[in-house]
Write a protein that binds this ligand. Structure first.
Ligand SMILES: Cc1cc2nc3c(=O)[nH]c(=O)nc-3n(C[C@H](O)[C@H](O)[C@H](O)COP(=O)(O)OP(=O)(O)OC[C@H]3O[C@@H](n4cnc5c(N)ncnc54)[C@H](O)[C@@H]3O)c2cc1C
Ligand SMILES: NC(=O)c1ccc[n+]([C@@H]2O[C@H](COP(=O)([O-])OP(=O)(O)OC[C@H]3O[C@@H](n4cnc5c(N)ncnc54)[C@H](O)[C@@H]3O)[C@@H](O)[C@H]2O)c1
Length: 467
């Protein structure tokens, strides 16, 4: 048995906890998979490194409308893939070497582990480790629905689809959330025929209805979108492709695909860690229950010295949230007498698809419920990109920003943007919400660069009928 001052399970955002303040104490970092975790190896970073070339590949379609004739000759899939992963694998490898070899006080265990107590665990090879403080940062993994054929080699998740040997001719995506939206954009821009099978009546259903409906409409124009459709089985064919059975509004139909991407959500890694067996509190979806200070609860009470962060305990499943929580845990580990709380008031998110979507705060439906509960009134403004000069330059007909505010105070409750660079133009609203600026002050109290696309935000704020 080995004892450490600090043990961290998971090298995603968990890796950032090892600051110089720990130099004179012993730390063990445990990673059963690839060093650096989801975002670096199979998540945010490689996906966006695919999204950017996808923007370039789809430029000819957008530019012809403006009188610029470009032609798309195709993509060199293997070159793109190898460029992306040569860079990423080197970063992961460098991080691993630093933790494994270069810090005297840090031990790297490269095995999956299971908890044996609140602050103890056993490695796959049978070593027992205990610690004064333990951080669970084990993230989440892709869910595989229980349908016949799910284990076929042609069936992938986001973990493997970015490393395919070649660009598939036909791709079937199961799911209608973030991963489905981003990969549909990437593969279709590269020339793959993309079918998206969605169980419900729209894509990105967790977002504000105006955004989800507009996105679904545009998705229908770009991809073979099958709504209200269940994929009930997958079977290999003699030529190496897959026949999928789809049960939808037209009954059961068969569809041929070369590759299937399963994108039906992610589950927290608490079962594989044995969290329930040692009595830790879990939400219905399997996440660890934590308090505002990121302390893990057992029987409703925080366990002394046991912390968690990121996807394993957060219902956001976003890297900037995991990083924020890591900063909180980093402080609290070292300052038990002055704990800091996580701030989850205004968590933004973006979907890097076509169109791009970004949001922060309440949807209109949530704001109406909030107004009912508090006896307040909300106001909403929708401003189209096409109503501003930059929108004219783009001949944009689909982009918009929707802002929701409290009528009497002008407090911004939510913002939802769909269109070119939505993830960037929403940022001033995130700032205003975080620092308590009301809509009028935000609109009138600063210059807005003319004729930048941010004028969409300025005009939406000015259109809000606050008092
Ligand atoms: C395709 C995709 C695209 C994404 N894009 C974005 C994006 O654009 N923006 C965004 O904000 N978020 C994005 N995300 C989400 C983001 O990647 C995650 O929210 C984030 O990486 C979670 O970090 P984490 O530290 O909680 O977990 P991880 O980074 O998953 O780290 C957990 C680590 O723990 C290890 N582990 C698990 N169990 C054990 C065990 N028992 N023993 C030892 N080790 C264990 C795992 O191997 C893993 O390396 C994306 C996710 C995916 C899948
Ligand atoms: N840009 C980003 O920030 C980004 C990008 C990718 C992933 N992520 C994170 O990763 C997480 C996982 O992404 P995701 O797209 O897999 O999940 P998701 O929760 O966004 O979407 C899952 C989709 O699958 C559907 N679904 C669920 N079970 C199903 C089943 N059995 N059969 C058919 N459809 C089913 C849901 O209705 C939904 O449409 C996201 O929640 C997100 O937080 C973030």
């Amino acid at each position: 048995m080995t004892h450490y001052d600090l043990a961290i399970i998971g090298s995603g955002s968990g890796n950032t906890l090892i600051s110089p303040e720990w130099d004179d104490r012993t730390v063990v970092l445990v990673e059963g998979g690839t060093f650096g975790g989801t975002c670096l190896n199979v998540g945010c970073i490689p996906t966006k490194m695919y999204v950017y070339p996808a923007e370039l590949a789809s430029a000819p379609t957008a530019s012809a409308r403006l009188g610029v004739d470009l032609s798309f000759e195709g993509v060199r899939w293997a070159d793109i893939r190898d460029r992306i992963f040569t860079r990423i694998d080197a970063i992961s490898g460098g991080g691993r070497t630093y933790r494994a070899d270069e810090l005297q006080n840090v031990t790297l265990i490269e095995e999956y582990v299971r908890l044996t107590g609140e602050k103890s665990f056993e490695t796959a090879s049978g070593e027992t480790v205990t610690a004064d403080q333990l951080v669970i940062a084990t993230g989440s993994r892709a869910i595989l629905p229980d349908i016949p054929g799910i284990s076929l080699p042609q069936v992938h998740t986001s973990d493997t689809v970015m490393r395919l040997d070649e660009l598939p001719k036909r791709l079937l995506i199961i799911g209608g959330g973030y991963v489905a939206a981003e990969f549909a954009h990437v593969f279709s821009s590269f020339g793959t025929e993309v079918t998206v099978a969605v169980r419900s009546g729209g894509m990105l259903r967790h977002l504000d209805d105006t955004v989800s409906e507009a996105f679904t409409q545009q998705a229908q124009q770009q991809w073979d979108l099958r709504l209200l459709t269940d994929v009930t089985s997958l079977a290999a064919t003699a030529d190496g492709s897959v026949t999928a059975r789809l049960n939808g509004p037209d009954g059961v139909v068969e569809l041929e695909a070369d590759v299937v991407l399963v994108a039906v959500g992610r589950t927290p890694n608490t079962d594989t860690l044995g969290a329930a067996e040692v009595g830790l509190d879990l939400h219905d979806d399997g996440r660890l229950v934590v308090d505002d200070y990121q302390r893990v609860l057992r029987n409703g009470e925080p366990v002394d010295g046991l912390w968690s962060l990121g996807d394993v305990s957060s219902d956001y499943q976003l890297k900037h949230v995991a990083n924020h929580e890591a900063k909180i845990v980093a402080h609290n580990l070292l300052h038990p007498g002055s704990l800091r709380a996580s701030d989850h008031r205004f968590v933004p998110a973006a979907v890097f698809s076509h169109p791009q979507v970004a949001s922060v705060g309440m949807t209109e439906e949530e704001a109406l419920t909030h107004a009912d509960a508090t006896g307040t009134t909300i106001v909403t403004a929708v401003q189209h990109y096409g109503s501003t000069a930059y929108g004219w330059a783009m001949e944009d007909t689909t982009g918009f920003a929707k802002i929701i505010a409290d009528q009497s105070t002008g407090r911004i409750l939510g913002a939802h943007v769909l269109g070119h660079e939505a993830s960037m133009i929403i940022q001033p609203v995130i700032q205003a919400m975080s620092f308590g600026l009301d809509a009028k002050t935000m609109a009138r109290g600063q210059y807005w660069i003319h004729p930048a696309l941010t004028e969409v935000i300025e005009n939406a704020l000015l259109s809000l009928k606050t008092e």
